[in-house]
Design a protein around this ligand. Sequence first.
Ligand code: ADP
Ligand code: MG
Length: 599
Amino acid sequence: MNMLFGKLKRFWGKSIIYRVFIKKYKRYFIIGTLSLIAVDIVNIFPPLLIKRVIDILAKDVSLTNIAAISGLYILVSFFQGACRYLWRMNFIGTSFRCDYDLRMSFFGHIETLSQKFFQKYKTGDLMSRTTNDIGAVRMAVGPGLLIGLDAMFYFFVIPPIIIYLSPKLSLYTFLLMPLMPFIAYKVKAVIDKRFHDVQEQFSRISEKVQENASGIRIVKSFNMSHQEERILRSQCNDFMKKNLKLAIPQALIGPAFEYITYTGIVILLFMGGKMVVEGVITLGTLVAFQRYISMMVWPMTAVGWCLSLLQRGSASMKRIDEVMDERSAIVLKDNISQNFTPHGDIEFRDINFRYDSQKEWLLKGINLKITAGQRVAIVGPIGSGKSTLVNMIPRINPVNDQNIFIDGVNINTIDIKLLRKHIGFVPQDTFLFSEKIADNLLFGIETQDNRNNVQELARMVGVDAEIQELSGRYESYLGERGVNLSGGQKQRITIARALAINPTVIILDDCLSAVDARVEETIIKNILKKFQNKTLLVVTHRLPAVRDFDMIVVMKDGMIVERGTHEQLVKLNGLYTSLYTKEVLEERLGQERGQKLEA
Ligand code: ADP
Ligand code: MG
């Protein structure tokens, strides 16, 4: 017995009704339930009143009696209306509060997760979880809970009343009743599975649409619109079919219950009619009896509906929990320092890194010391691990303790927000929000009064003139991923955005690949001038642009193979020299080609 109780308690603790609704909104739950019960209690009486009226009419007609009963009826209806308002506000209204809570904590959680998570879950899938699944949970804890409570009330209250009215007649009607829970149970299992299929398919469709919207240029340039349309059509077709398949059990369950109930009523009228003729029961009793049986139709149907809403809600909650249980690969410590104003010394100590513990090391034994204010370039062939390495400084990639130090402090012991506040990071792939240019530039700035400063930064990265030419200037909206800007313009805006926070350490990861070599050089020079005592790390394949840097680090296969100044490296006549020569040749060729085209 105790065990059963414990089990029930655990089940209750895990149920979405408790977790999402009651735990936080107990007050609303209680008010809602009380007003619901009040409405239901009031609902229970009219058949008894009608029975009295009919029985009175059958004996002697007393107008005062009927007037009193009618007056009561009107009063009661008003009371019911008020209570209905209350339960609606408390159940349905609160379900929207739950929806809000859930969505905010879901989104908040996603924001804390690291890259690894975003590689595992596709965007469309996450979108469907934040919209559809949270919606399904809301339906379960709002209408689902409400319907369930309502049905439960009738189940507990009506049977005793009809047994009281006529035990014999009740027996006939109850004979058919056990069929219902049985059907409900069977159908529920089918609904569960089909609903899951529908949700999965919806995720697939969202994913496809999302990918096509962001990759529209690729889709068009490869003439793949028709192909993509075909895929989407087949996906939507599947979605429709799966929904129709789900609709079958859902559509059947209601009518099946009604059919059973109405068969009961027919039997009742036949048997009851006989009993009235024989004088065993009064006509009023039969009428009241029939009314109560009709009242049972709703809870019978409601059970199936409620179960399916709860089931969907639980299935969706599982999908939400799946994400909520994900942990960031970046482990945050508790006892972190909240005070940190770095000068900008960076030290990489014995870094070995891989994304996947199954694979081989991507970074192998990286040791590198950079003093504050130094300008360091990281160069090397594609795939040599440059991005992986610089991604570690703002802890986009996880970092082991004793791996990276800023001003001699292990970066894992610094509050991650604080750390990132001091790092102006421009990742390799540009991303701009579909917002105004100004808002994109000010993305990392909390106060909105730096507009002049931002224009100055835009000028420094050579994009101010181009922004001024747009009709809306800094107020122009960018399309999805900034479709209305060129690659080079977007890259320069992302640089200005990173510089706008006035960072101590600036990291540019190959972020000028879309502008030509001379422009890259000018931009780097401008940054050097403006951010003189800041630490600057530039990853680039344009070696001439970083010729004058304090240190050039050459990476290959996850290792640092050469390091030094340009002169020192040229003397080595190794990888750097060959990369440099190649780049100079290519740039010259590019210029000549350009001149020819101009001529
Ligand atoms: P680089 O910037 O020098 O071109 P990267 O650091 O981007 O090189 O990549 C180094 C290697 O790590 C490549 O082989 C790449 O495939 C792999 N890699 C990069 N990012 C990831 C990731 N997020 N997950 C798994 N492997 C990755
Ligand atoms: Mg890279």
